[in-house]
Write a protein that binds this ligand. Sequence first.
Ligand code: AMP
Ligand code: GLY
Length: 440
Amino acid sequence: MKVLVVGGGAREHAIAKALKRSGARIYSVMKNRNPGIYRISEEATILNENDISAVVSWAKGRVDLAFIGPEAPLEAGLVDALEDAGIPSVGPRKSAARIETSKEFMRNLMERNGIEGSLKYRVVENLEEGRKALEEIGDFVIKPIGLTGGKGAKVFREHLQDEDEALLYLKKIFEGYGGGKAVIEERLEGEEFTLQAFVDGKNIVPMPLVQDHKRAYEGDTGPNTGGMGSYSMENHMLPFVGKDEYERALAIMKKVVEAMDREENPYRGILYGQFMLTSSGPRIIEFNARFGDPEAMNVLSLLETPLTEISEQIVNGELKSAEFMRKATVCKYVVPEGYGIKSKANVPVEVDEEAIKNEGAELFYASVNEKDGEIYTTTSRTLAVLGMDDNIEKAEEMAERALSHVKGEVFSRHDIGKKELIQKRIEHMEELRRNSDRTR
Ligand code: AMP
Ligand code: GLY
């Protein structure tokens, strides 16, 4: 099977590897030359991934199926155009991708269908409405309704100290940032986790739970980023998520898929639920219409069922099941110095690929440039390594050994996947549950 992979990040490198492993021939479209994807492709072209007609005309006659990595081409209508050209695609059509690309659409869909797990919110489009909503919501988070590359959410007392700062941020949004409208929603307290699923329009097959780390520095400090690393456990759960809480989260995802089908806007592709586990159960922070990055690396490294088979089932509406190895994974990103504030771009990074392989670890290239066999940083994340083993301690150690083979003006979060940080998460949830019992 010939498969088009759209996107040039570590997530797409993971997708391409999984497809290749299951026998596919890879044809890739990316805006930067990702050396990992480039090497395993039969053919690759450097194109703007959002230039729909250019991507479609390159793909036509070359591939049997397409797999879309990032959200921007989904929003631009790439799947609609590919399907119209006779190329079935793993990824939602533009209208269904609104589950990610419009927070207004997502919150309204949940409300309209009475789906639990949402939160108090207001959609506002001018300062007067904004002021009123800030008052009504109280402890708030402000987000543009559209895409901002994961950098749009501003939390009261963390990023915005008072109403004046909140109004200033709203003004920036109303002037056009992230879609021109804002969602003001209640601030939730809890622990975040990611539940990803394969979806064929009706059926949904969940993947192992993963926890990402958004903050740039160790101890969950510093600016929010695209994600610094993630882990998953050998039992496919997370140590602070109860069985019942997991079932509730999955039920929310199922209800969303059912509601979209009922509303004749069926969802096909990868559905990503970003949950906040609160003392009153799992609540939706956001949905993504694609794999998470870094979460794709965790689950795709564990996937035993051929991804080609699953992809065909998704596009044919015949999704069955997916098997994942009972192993733990730890993924750590390597990013340029200054990442999150002002990245040191264009500096060389030395990567000993052979040594990483000998450790048993996986390597995924992200936003790098390759010139004359040398790897250079850009302003975004550089590469990721992944350790996989029977338990999280061993997986984490493998990831750390892999990191020692990467050198340059770069950094990583060494605390991801370590016992101390995971224990902190467990204790935080226990404390929240205790406090809520007391006030009940
Ligand atoms: P988002 O852009 O919606 O993924 O939000 C980015 C990050 O902001 C999340 O990963 C959370 O850490 C935080 N955040 C977003 N919404 C909320 C909320 N309602 N309550 C608390 N934290 C939030
Ligand atoms: N890991 C966060 C995201 O992919 O949006």
